[in-house]
Design a protein around this ligand. Structure first.
Ligand code: AMP
Length: 114
């Protein structure tokens, strides 16, 4: 756990969030400021700053993120489609420096995103 990391605090249950999925190494919860009717955040439980910081030994972790997304898509019946977004770094607008993926659904999602 990294001090002052809001997502580490959610993973440690020090800050509450609406948890929608949990496994040994992955957590998902509702975004506090939703940009779509369904807006979930899928995070690693351990602190990784961003996708650049993934290590070779994190391959299973990355796989487990995929399984979480698959399960959430089924749970939320997102048969019509959804979008996964990862903002990496300042230019992409990453505001929380803890690896996370946005799952957006429930409205038309324009392409390309802004
Ligand atoms: P990003 O800008 O890609 O780093 O995304 C960070 C996301 O975290 C934003 O969509 C925020 O609304 C969301 N967020 C920040 N704090 C919380 C929180 N305490 N609980 C849930 N979502 C949060």
């Amino acid at each position: 756990m990294t001090a002052d990391c809001i997502f580490c605090k959610i993973a440690a249950e020090e800050i509450s969030a609406k948890i929608v999925y949990e496994s040994e190494d992955v957590l998902a919860f509702e975004d506090i400021n939703p940009e779509a009717p369904v807006h979930l955040l899928i995070i690693t439980k351990k602190h990784i700053k961003n996708i650049i910081e993934l290590a070779d030994y994190d391959s299973e972790l990355f796989h487990n993120i995929g399984l979480a997304i698959k399960k959430l898509a089924a749970d939320y019946q997102l048969d019509n489609g959804f979008r996964i977004v990862n903002n990496c770094g300042i230019a992409a607008g990453q505001s929380v420096n803890h690896l996370h993926f946005h799952l957006l659904a429930g409205r038309d999602l324009i392409w390309p995103p802004g």
